[in-house]
Design a protein around this ligand. Structure first.
Ligand code: PGA
Length: 249
């Protein structure tokens, strides 16, 4: 049985003090919510302090990225071992901003996902098409390619996030119908490639301008299991509202 997951990706926002203020508000308002899973992804510098606040609560911690080796001469990178050490349960891998600004390719993403699973982290693996690809009618082809590149990965150990790139940070959300079409395509593909059981247990999040106004309609769709939320997770009120709405669905 799949559970809803609402995950807040803070991206490169919040100092330690700001992060702790936000987390304190979330804990106060969300502590009794048991029906859905909640996770936050503060920047690396705030993971340790925010973990102290959420440690005994229903809110889980995640990192926005990781390297695939556990240690070594990789200046500026963060090991899966450190992410586990600081209290993370999740890690985002293959976000479109990593693909675009840091030239992360599918092969690297594959290694990171495998390493995350080895470290008992739950990778949230992002896939999605650009506006140009959508307009050319290539959405399914792009998604299928990205999923095929996740070769050798145990899909019972990951969360997928469908994030149409044209909807990220733009205020343009995919309509629930458009999003559901792709979510269903993904689930059918996983069923064909792996098994009906893996497909029906796979949590597939939607990401791209998810906000309090559209969260309910999105997750009412049968194949949408929650959201990876950027902008709307930076404000306590909007993130809290989204979680309360998701709980009531
Ligand atoms: P957004 O970001 O909600 O600000 O569009 C989503 C994401 O990048 O995960």
């Amino acid at each position: 049985m799949r559970r809803y997951l609402i995950a807040g990706n803070w991206k490169m926002n919040k100092t330690i003090k700001e992060a702790c203020e936000l987390v304190n508000k979330l804990v106060a308002e969300l502590k009794d919510i048991k029906e859905i899973d909640i996770a936050i992804f503060p920047p690396f510098t705030a993971l340790s302090e925010t973990y102290k606040i959420i440690k005994e609560t229903n809110i889980s911690l995640g990192a926005q990225n990781m390297w695939y080796e556990p240690k070594g001469a990789y200046t500026g990178e963060t090991s899966p071992a450190f992410i586990v050490d600081v209290g993370c349960k999740y890690v985002i891998v293959g976000h479109s901003e990593r693909r675009k600004y840091f030239q992360e390719k599918d092969e690297l993403i594959n290694r990171k996902v495998k390493s995350a699973i080895e470290w008992n982290l739950i990778p949230i693996v992002c896939v999605g098409e650009t506006l140009e690809q959508r307009e050319k009618g290539e959405t399914n082809k792009v998604i299928e390619y990205e999923i095929n590149e996740l070769d050798g990965i145990d899909f019972s150990k990951i969360v997928l996030a469908y994030e149409p790139i044209w909807a990220i940070g733009t205020g343009k959300t995919a309509t629930p119908e458009t999003a559901e079409e792709t979510h269903k395509f993904i689930r059918d593909l996983i069923q064909k490639k792996y098994s009906p059981e893996i497909a029906s247990n796979l949590c597939i999040l939607y990401g791209g301008s998810a906000k309090p106004d559209n969260i309910e309609a999105l997750i009412r769709k049968p194949d949408i299991d929650g959201a990876l939320v950027g902008g709307a997770s930076l404000e306590a009120n909007s993130f809290i509202e989204m979680i309360k709405k998701a709980r009531s669905v």
